[in-house]
Write a protein that binds this ligand. Structure first.
Ligand code: THU
Length: 148
């Protein structure tokens, strides 16, 4: 069972680690692995702008680099560092694509305003008809008999 409130709490806490001198938009994420372990992340910006990394990808890349590839859910909490109450913060397109690489239809994307206020989405809802690893499988594209 997914402890969604705990995951949202961890995502909210991670906002304090965000390095956001340029946007002042702090995002935290908490990624639940199938074995129950949790990897957290925050966004990390850069003076050259494009090397910036989102909170979700920080969490995924930490987990994958430690050997985890199977995931159950991610909680995401984000907002300007001056606001008193958060709005729901949906993942950017690049992060949706990273989720697409590792997660299936049962994966939960939990957008948190607080520990108790959250909305749950599937990847299919946020990235319909996404391009994934199986699209590179020639058998699927051309049929098993083709020699392409
Ligand atoms: N950001 C995230 O970390 N995750 C999201 O889901 C949306 C955007 C970051 C990127 C950048 O550091 C800041 O928020 C403003 O776009």
């Amino acid at each position: 069972m997914i402890d969604r409130e705990d995951l949202c709490g961890k995502a909210l806490e991670m906002r304090s680690r965000a390095y956001t001198p340029y946007s002042h938009f702090r995002v935290g994420a908490a990624l639940l692995c199938k074995d129950g372990s949790i990897y957290t992340g925050c966004n990390i910006e850069n003076a050259a702008y494009t090397p910036s990394n989102c909170a979700e990808r920080t969490a995924f890349f930490k987990a994958v680099s430690e050997g985890y590839r199977e995931f159950t859910a991610i909680a995401i909490a984000g907002g300007n560092d001056t606001v008193e109450s958060l709005d729901y913060c949906a993942p950017c397109g690049v992060c949706r694509q990273v989720i697409r690489e590792f997660c299936d239809g049962s994966f939960e994307i939990i957008l948190a305003k607080s520990r108790e206020e959250y909305k749950v989405y599937t990847l299919e809802e946020l990235l319909p008809m996404g391009f994934g690893p199986e699209n590179l499988d020639k058998k699927m594209l051309y049929g098993a008999d083709d020699r392409l």
